[in-house]
Design a protein around this ligand. Structure first.
Ligand SMILES: C[S@@+](CC[C@H](N)C(=O)[O-])C[C@H]1O[C@@H](n2cnc3c(N)ncnc32)[C@H](O)[C@@H]1O
Length: 278
């Protein structure tokens, strides 16, 4: 079958399944199935698919039609200019989280010790290790499966010597105090969980998203203990949901009354990162 015919058929299947970017996803999955780029696909729309290739492509399209995220199907996701491996054991890194990485890079001194709490795929930890070549990073996660994915990403990007992966609850596994705590912890509230699209609430790990009744369970626990793990003049950067700014600022001021507490907005103009500078 010609590539362009297979593509048109696949896009129609995805449209019928209410996939928003049906054509784009059909192209990404065809390029993935053939091991070529989308540009190569566009350059040779008359090329032929063998029956084995077509069968494989149709399986990928069926998965997408059941709303499995493209990143899990192709097994990787771009984040902060890096190609990261992902699978269903980790949250797919989001573009909003790049703001946390930017702020962490601005905040860090040359030889800081930093921690990425709830590292998941290692997105934040690996980005920081690459952009801050002198820092030591402790990356923690409660999930052993997530840490396996993070370990693969550390090796893939050659930072396994400077990113120490530690399994455990929040800051508890840290062997020493740090200069910077960066965390994108679960912050989805119970009410929001029910409204999430199937791509998220049927496929991504619930423990990576669910922050309890108001979404702030993990952030509350982290802020309550952060003082014990922070060096003098240390900072905390927390990714938050767009409506959680006031609540998290209040919590931060309660635990760090002398600190400068600020909020950074993402590119959509929404509150996204709370910064606590002690
Ligand atoms: C929102 S995901 C963030 C993943 C990654 N940092 C990112 O930004 O793409 C939250 C992560 O926190 C981890 N997590 C949840 N509860 C935790 C806890 N009590 N202690 C440590 N990690 C936890 C989850 O396993 C998940 O990997």
């Amino acid at each position: 079958m010609q590539l362009r015919v297979a593509l048109a058929q696949a896009a129609a299947v995805l449209e019928k399944a209410n996939i928003e970017e049906a054509r784009l996803d059909a192209e990404i999955l065809l390029a993935h199935a053939l091991g070529i780029t989308r540009a190569q696909l566009h350059a040779h729309p008359q090329g032929q698919l063998s029956s084995a290739e077509l069968a494989n492509y149709r399986q990928l399209i069926e998965r997408r039609a059941r709303h499995e995220p493209v990143a899990y199907i192709v097994g990787h996701q771009e984040f902060y200019g890096l190609d990261l491996l992902v699978d269903s054991r980790v949250l797919i890194p989001r573009p909003e989280t790049e703001l946390l990485v930017e702020k962490a890079i601005e905040t860090s001194q040359r030889q800081s010790v930093v921690t990425d709490v709830g590292t998941g795929s290692g997105a934040i930890a690996v980005s920081l290790a690459i952009h801050l070549p002198q820092v030591l990073v402790y990356a923690t996660d409660a999930s052993a499966g997530a840490l396996e994915v993070a370990a693969r990403n550390c090796r893939r990007h050659g930072v396994e010597d400077r990113v120490h992966l530690l399994q455990g609850h929040l800051l508890e596994p840290l062997p020493e105090p740090v200069d910077l705590i960066a965390a994108n912890l679960p912050y989805v509230s119970q009410a929001e969980w029910a409204q999430l699209p199937p791509e998220i609430n049927c496929y991504e790990p619930r423990e990576a998203l669910d922050g309890g009744l108001d979404g702030l369970d993990h952030i509350r626990r982290l802020l309550a203990r952060a003082g014990e793990y922070l060096r003098p003049q240390g900072a905390i950067l927390l990714e938050i949901g767009a409506t959680q700014g006031e609540a998290v600022i209040t919590l931060a001021r309660c635990h760090f009354p002398a600190a400068r507490v600020e909020i950074a907005r993402d590119y959509a103009g929404l509150d996204r990162v709370v910064m606590v500078k002690t």
